[in-house]
Design a protein. Structure first.
Length: 175
C-alpha cells in the first residue's frame, strides 16, 4: 500500500520548486518596452525564508531565465537557483549528488510537463491546484492553492508543522 503524503512529510529535508506557475501565477506581464515581469506572493516568500532558517535545503529549477526572479530568490536567502534548466532531470541529478541527498527526502512542486520527469523520482511530488492534468495525476498532493497564490507556503507549512518546526506553532510564547 502506498504511503499518504502526510506519512512522507516527516522525511523531507529538501524543497525543490519550479518558478512559473508555482512561485508565480504563470502569467507574464509584457511592458511597452518589452520587459517581462512576474508577481510572487510574499506569503510564499515568508515560508521559503522560514524553511531556510529551519535548516532545510531549498532548490529552484526553472526553464525561465529572468534575472529579476533570481534577485528576489537571492533576497530570501536561496542560493541554489538554476535558471534556464530546460532538461530539469540533469539539474536534479547534479543537485542530489552535490548535496548527498536521496530522492525520498525531496519534495518537488511543479505545474507543467517539463516538471514530470523529476516528479516521478522524488519522495513527495506536489503541485498547485491549477497544474495541468498530467502533473496532478503524478502528484502525491495537490495544494488547495493556485500557483503564485500560496501553494508554496501550503506545502512548506505542512512539512514544517509535521516536523514541529513551523514558527506559527509557537505563537503562545509571544502572547
Amino acid at each position: 500500500m502506498e504511503k499518504s503524503y502526510k506519512e512522507i512529510m516527516p522525511q523531507i529535508t529538501t524543497f525543490m520548486f519550479d518558478v512559473d506557475g508555482v512561485l508565480t501565477n504563470g502569467l507574464v506581464h509584457i511592458s511597452s518596452t518589452g520587459e517581462l515581469t512576474r508577481l510572487m506572493n510574499t506569503k510564499d516568500g515568508y515560508a521559503l525564508k522560514s524553511a531556510i532558517d529551519a535548516g532545510y535545503n531549498i532548490c529552484i529549477i526553472s526553464g525561465g531565465q529572468n534575472e529579476g526572479v533570481r534577485s528576489r530568490l537571492v533576497g530570501l536567502g536561496i542560493t541554489d537557483i538554476y535558471l534556464g534548466a530546460h532538461d530539469k532531470i540533469i539539474q536534479f541529478n547534479k543537485y542530489v549528488k552535490e548535496k548527498n541527498l536521496t530522492p525520498e527526502e525531496i519534495l518537488y512542486m511543479g505545474d507543467d510537463i517539463p516538471d514530470y520527469p523529476v516528479m516521478k523520482l522524488v519522495g513527495l511530488a506536489t503541485c498547485p491546484k491549477d497544474a495541468v492534468a498530467e502533473i496532478q495525476n503524478a502528484s502525491h498532493y495537490i495544494s488547495h492553492k493556485k500557483g503564485g497564490l500560496g501553494c508554496v507556503r501550503d506545502v512548506i507549512e505542512q512539512v514544517l508543522k509535521v516536523q514541529g518546526k513551523w514558527a506559527g506553532q509557537f505563537h503562545a510564547k509571544y502572547d
